[in-house]
Design a protein around this ligand. Structure first.
Ligand code: NAP
Length: 515
C-alpha cells in the first residue's frame, strides 16, 4: 500500500475521491504515493481562506514576518527528512535537494527580516507626498495596502519547496491568505512542508491543494491574485480563464525562458572570467538536471572561440556521473517525470536537425546504479550552431533538461543583442566580459528583454552564486515569452499582493495616518 496525500483545505486535511494520480521516484519508477483532489469542495476552501484575510491584515508587517521566520525555522528542524523526500520524489541529488530547500528557507528568512524592518506598519508608503493644492496643506501620497482577497499559487514540478515558499512569503507578508497548489508529480515535499507549517499559522492563512486544480479558478474574485509557474500553454489557459477575465483578477506568470550566456570577445581561455563562464554553463546544465527556469539554454560564443569552449565543456561534462541521485558519487539524476523525459528527447531531436553534436548525442545514457531500462534519464547534451542567428529552433523552444547549444556570433554588441531578442523575452541572461564599454553597450540593448542580467567578470567571480539562483533581493520574472511576471525583488515582490492607492487630503491628516 502506498500512502495517500491529503490536501490541507478549509482548515483540515481532506482526501479526494476518484482515480488518484501517482507520485513516483523518477530514478526507479517506484510509486511513492497517490493523491486526488476530486470531490473536495474548493469553493469552501476558498471561502475559508478568504475569511482569514481580515485577521492577517490586522497583523503588522513585523508580526507577519515573524510567521515567516517560524516557517523557515521549522524547515531547518526537518532538513534531513525533507532532503530525503526531494531525492526520492524529485530525482534530486543531495546538492539539488539542498538548493531547493535552502533556497526556500533563505527566501522565507529574507522576507521575515523585511517584515521586522517594516515594523508596526500595515501599509507601505510609496514615494514622497506631493503638493497638489494651492498651498502645502493639500497633498497626495501613494500607499500600498493589502489586497482583500486570496492569493492562489500554482507551482511547477521542479521546485516543490522554493516555489511554495517564495510565492507564499511575499503574499503572507503583504497580508493575503494563500491557497497553494504544487505540481502533482512532485508534491511530496510541499505536502510535508504543509504538515510542518500548519500548526504555526493562523487558520486559513495557508492551504495546500494536492492533485488537480479542479474548479479552483471558478472561485476567484476581483481582489484575488493568481500566480503561476509552468508552461506557456497552461499560462495562456489561466490568463484567459473566464473568471480571471470577468473579474480582472491580477495574474502573474513565470513561464518558458530561453536563457542565454554571452561570452564577450575580450575573454581569453584560462582567465577568471572564462572559468566563471564555463562553471556557470556546466552548473546550469547539470544542477537539477537542467530543470531550472533560469538554466542557460543558449551559449553565445565569438566564432573564433567556439572550438575552445566546446572542448572545455566536453572535459567538464565528461567528469559528471549520471545515475541514482541517492548515491554520493552521482552528480546528476533523472528528469522529474516520464513525460518530461519524452519532452526533452523530442526537443533534442528538433534541435538536432539544425545543429551538430558536441557532447552526449541524443541524450541516451546508461545511468550509474540503476536497473537496466528503469528511470527517466537523459544525459547532458551539448549541440553547436555555427551561426546563432540562423538557428531557428534554438530561439523558439525551451528544452527543459540538461541540454545547451554553443552558438557562434561575431563578437559585436548589436549582433549579440539581436540574437538575445530572438528568445522573445527571458528571465535571465548572463554576460561575461571585462571590457566595461562592451558590457555596458549590451546591457543597454538587452535589459528591455529580460527580468535580470547577470554580469560575470573577473572581480566578482569568487563570490558569484551563478545566474541560476533566484535571489530574494532581485526580481524574478521576465517579459514576453517568460510570462511578463515579476516576483521577489525585496519589497517589489510584496507589491504584487498589494493595491496601490493614492491618498489625497490634508497633509497633517495623511502624515498622522502613516506615522
Ligand atoms: P504545466 O503543465 O504548465 O504545470 C504547471 C502547474 O500548472 C502544475 O501545478 C499543474 O498541475 C498546473 N496546471 C496544469 N494545468 C492546469 C489547469 N488547467 N488549471 C490549473 N492548473 C493547471 O507545466 P509542467 O508540465 O510542470 O512543465 C511543462 C513545461 O513548462 C516544462 O517542460 C518547461 O518548459 C516549463 N516550465 C517552466 C518553468 C519556469 O519556471 N519558467 C517551470 C517549470 C516548467 P498538475 O501538476 O496537477 O498538472
Amino acid at each position: 500500500m502506498t500512502r495517500t496525500l491529503a490536501s490541507y483545505l478549509a482548515g483540515r486535511w481532506q482526501t479526494g475521491t476518484g482515480t488518484p494520480s501517482a507520485l513516483s521516484n523518477p530514478a526507479t519508477e517506484e510509486i511513492l504515493a497517490h493523491t486526488s483532489s476530486a470531490g473536495i469542495d474548493l469553493g469552501e476552501a476558498m471561502a475559508f481562506a478568504r475569511a482569514a484575510g481580515p485577521g492577517l491584515r490586522a497583523l503588522t508587517f513585523a508580526e507577519r514576518g515573524a510567521l515567516l521566520g517560524a516557517m523557515a525555522k521549522a524547515m531547518h528542524g526537518a532538513r534531513e527528512e525533507l532532503i530525503a523526500l526531494a531525492i526520492a520524489n524529485g530525482g534530486n541529488t543531495r546538492g539539488d535537494a539542498k538548493f531547493d530547500l535552502d533556497g526556500a528557507a533563505a527566501t522565507l528568512a529574507h522576507y521575515a527580516e523585511l517584515g521586522a524592518q517594516l515594523g508596526k506598519a500595515r501599509v507601505l508608503v510609496d514615494g514622497d507626498a506631493v503638493q497638489v493644492g494651492r498651498t502645502a496643506r493639500l497633498v497626495g501620497q501613494h500607499v500600498w495596502a493589502p489586497r482583500p482577497g486570496v492569493a492562489v499559487h500554482i507551482n511547477a514540478f521542479n521546485f516543490p519547496a522554493w516555489g511554495v515558499a517564495e510565492k507564499g512569503a511575499c503574499a503572507l507578508l503583504a497580508g493575503m491568505p494563500v491557497v497553494a497548489k504544487p505540481a502533482t508529480a512532485t508534491a511530496l515535499v510541499a505536502h510535508r512542508l504543509m504538515e510542518l507549517w500548519a500548526p504555526l499559522l493562523p487558520p486559513g492563512a495557508l492551504s495546500l491543494l494536492c492533485g488537480s486544480a479542479g474548479d479552483l479558478l471558478d472561485h476567484l474574485r476581483g481582489p484575488d491574485v493568481l500566480a503561476f509557474t509552468g508552461s506557456s500553454d497552461t499560462a495562456r489557459m489561466l490568463r484567459s480563464h473566464p473568471r480571471v477575465v470577468a473579474e480582472s483578477v491580477r495574474v502573474n506568470i513565470e513561464a518558458d525562458s530561453l536563457n542565454a550566456a554571452v561570452l564577450g570577445p575580450d575573454v581569453s581561455p584560462g582567465t577568471e572570467t572564462w572559468n566563471l563562464f564555463l562553471a556557470d554553463v556546466v552548473r546550469d546544465m547539470t544542477q537539477k538536471t537542467g530543470q531550472k527556469c533560469t538554466a542557460i539554454r543558449r551559449v553565445l560564443v565569438p566564432h573564433d572561440r567556439m572550438d575552445e569552449v566546446a572542448q572545455a565543456m566536453v572535459e567538464r561534462l565528461g567528469a559528471i556521473a549520471v545515475g541514482d541521485p541517492s548515491r554520493d558519487d552521482v552528480r546528476m539524476g533523472p528528469v522529474a517525470t516520464a513525460q518530461q523525459a519524452r519532452d526533452v528527447r523530442a526537443g533534442i531531436a528538433r534541435l538536432a536537425a539544425a545543429t551538430t553534436s558536441v557532447f552526449g548525442g541524443d541524450g541516451a545514457i546508461a545511468p550509474v546504479g540503476v536497473a537496466a531500462g528503469k528511470g527517466y534519464f537523459v544525459g547532458p547534451v551539448v549541440r553547436a550552431a555555427a551561426d546563432a542567428m540562423a538557428c531557428a529552433p534554438l530561439h523558439e523552444h525551451e528544452i527543459f533538461g540538461p541540454v545547451s547549444t554553443i552558438a557562434g556570433y561575431d563578437g559585436q554588441v548589436a549582433t549579440a543583442a539581436a540574437i538575445l531578442a530572438r528568445g522573445g523575452g527571458g528571465l535571465v541572461t548572463s554576460i561575461y566580459g571585462d571590457d566595461r564599454d562592451w558590457v555596458g553597450g549590451l546591457v543597454v540593448l538587452a535589459a528591455g528583454w529580460h527580468g535580470r542580467l547577470y554580469l560575470g567578470s573577473e572581480k566578482m567571480a569568487a563570490q558569484s552564486p551563478g545566474p541560476g539562483t533566484a535571489l530574494p533581493q532581485l526580481l524574478h520574472g521576465g517579459p514576453g515569452r517568460a510570462g511578463d511576471g515579476g516576483e521577489l525583488g525585496g519589497s517589489r515582490g510584496v507589491h504584487l499582493y498589494m493595491q496601490r492607492c493614492a491618498l489625497q487630503g490634508d497633509a497633517s491628516v495623511i502624515k498622522g495616518l502613516l506615522a
